[in-house]
Design a protein. Sequence first.
Lengths: 187, 180
Amino acid sequence: MSSLGKQKSSNLEKSLGKGKPEVNIATFALLFSEIVQYCQNRVLTVPELQTKLSELGQHVGSHMLDVLFLREKGYKREIKLLSMLIFIKSTFWKLVFGKEADKLEQANDDDRTYYIIEKEPLVNKFISVPKDKGNLNCAAFTAGILEAVLNGANFPAKVTVHWHKGTTFMIKFDESVIARDKTVDGR
Amino acid sequence: MSRQANRAGDPRKVNGELFTLTYGALVAQLIKDYENDEQVNKQLDKMGYNMGVRLIEDFLARANTGRCNDFRETADVIAKVAFKMYLGLTPVVSNWSAAGDEFSLLLESNPLTDFVELPPGHANLNYSNLMCGALRGALEMVQMDVDVKFIQDTLKGDNITEIRLRFIKRLEDAVPVGED
């Protein structure tokens, strides 16, 4: 390595911190608003916009995963499907969005599908959807975060967002996750 | 202001890491979408401007600071009230020009750049350019035309992050801006 004129401090040499610093909700809301507008200018349809937001969310989720397990669980990962979901609903949600998610439900007819229901997701707090974009839900961003966290923790899943009782995140796990979960003993 | 310790945090606050990473996702996307760093800087500045234009309203409504009599007072309000309120840090105001129309904000830490390392080949990227745009937009709404730019950045190996603000002129008849 060539020696740099100026000494760049490496992130890995810094301590991780406790993740406490908080920013004003207005700062975040306006940033998110700019993100939505930017994405909207680059796509043609509502589903495309949601996909784009979800991709950005995945970027966030994948970076958040390790730090969460490290701080909250002392390096231990969840291996049971249900405890992972509960971890997301309570610890994760509370840390990231300031409160626990309102509900966690399983679909009656499908053991691969779970729902996390949130009446008013943080990102939607200041968003009013225009009439011509009826089914747009910007919480697709949050769905992206969830999807990346689940995938990163080795629970491959698709997370989609729906307007139902507020916002419902539909988590559809890969067949392999269910099959594996049956072989893992409960603790 | 006494709140139960285990209750969910202040509803007017958002997890700082969520904010940092969301901004990171945006910058990463812009780098993919644009051809060079200059264009990314420009886009970030534009987005910051849009934010600043709207943030100032929230600020005036909540901060109760009253009118500033001169640029020095403005500098103090920006550093001690606005930065504190919106990013939770207080930069140091320093390096005034003799004429009193230019100063620097020195940031020891920058919430936008937590976890960030600039990969090689992005020497021209002003990662936190959003901040300059926001300052410019907000000041414009209170009739001040101000030039804002980064002159030092810890991301680029400097010891401190320094934002330089230069007062250009007072705007008379400010026209309300449009949505974009």
